[in-house]
Design a protein around this ligand. Structure first.
Ligand code: COA
Length: 166
């Protein structure tokens, strides 16, 4: 049995190890990581799925604030589930719970990922939002947490501190 809780400071390296295991080598060289450099994650939304008996972290999700055309946007990811517990709904639980929490302070969410997976949570391809290259535009997906939140919000995705502070 797994339960979700907020990621704690002391979880950081266990979560990093989980991401290293689940993603291809060199993940931090991806352009999306440049948006995270030197910016604190949105701690309230970073969750871990913890095995109730052993304390093992079987899944994790983190979020960073970014800007699109200067407007505040929540960048979802990385999210990963340990290979031994994939396909049991942990990924969905982490995504759904964190998005529910996000509704309190955020209206628009962005991610770079597989549309066939994220479509089930309401994410869809968005045109006119440019991640730092090289990013396959097909993988740039967006979700509105409030109706019309993405209307008129287009342009380059930039780091949170790179476009007007915050
Ligand atoms: C993607 C990931 C987080 C999903 O977590 P999970 O706990 O296995 O997912 P769930 O149990 O909620 O959902 C499983 C379903 O998603 C599907 N799925 C998983 N990854 C998928 C993908 N990349 N594209 C399409 N479908 C995918 C599974 O086939 C399964 O389908 P089913 O419900 O029809 O059987 C996990 O597989 C993982 O860590 N993968 C490696 C890292 C990664 O790719 N992270 C996402 C970055 S874009």
């Amino acid at each position: 049995m797994y339960s979700l809780r907020r990621e704690r400071k002391e979880d950081w390296w266990e979560v990093e190890a989980l991401y290293d295991l689940c993603f291809a080598p060199g993940r931090t060289a991806l352009s999306s990581y440049r948006l995270r450099d030197g910016v604190d994650p949105v701690a309230r939304l970073c969750l871990v799925a913890v095995a109730e008996d052993t304390g093992f972290i079987g899944g994790a999700i983190r979020y960073w604030p970014v800007r699109v055309g200067g407007a505040p946007v929540l960048l979802l990811g990385p999210v990963a589930v340990h290979p031994t517990t994939q396909g049991e709904g942990l990924g969905a639980a982490l995504i759904q719970e964190s998005l529910w929490l996000a509704r309190e302070d955020w209206t628009r969410v962005l991610l770079v990922g597989d549309a066939p997976y994220y479509g089930r949570f309401g994410f869809a391809r968005i045109e006119g939002v440019e991640m730092p290259p090289p990013t396959n535009p097909e993988r740039i997906l967006a979700l509105e947490l409030a109706e019309g939140a993405w209307t008129g919000v287009r342009g380059e995705v930039t780091a949170w501190h790179g476009a007007g502070g915050g």
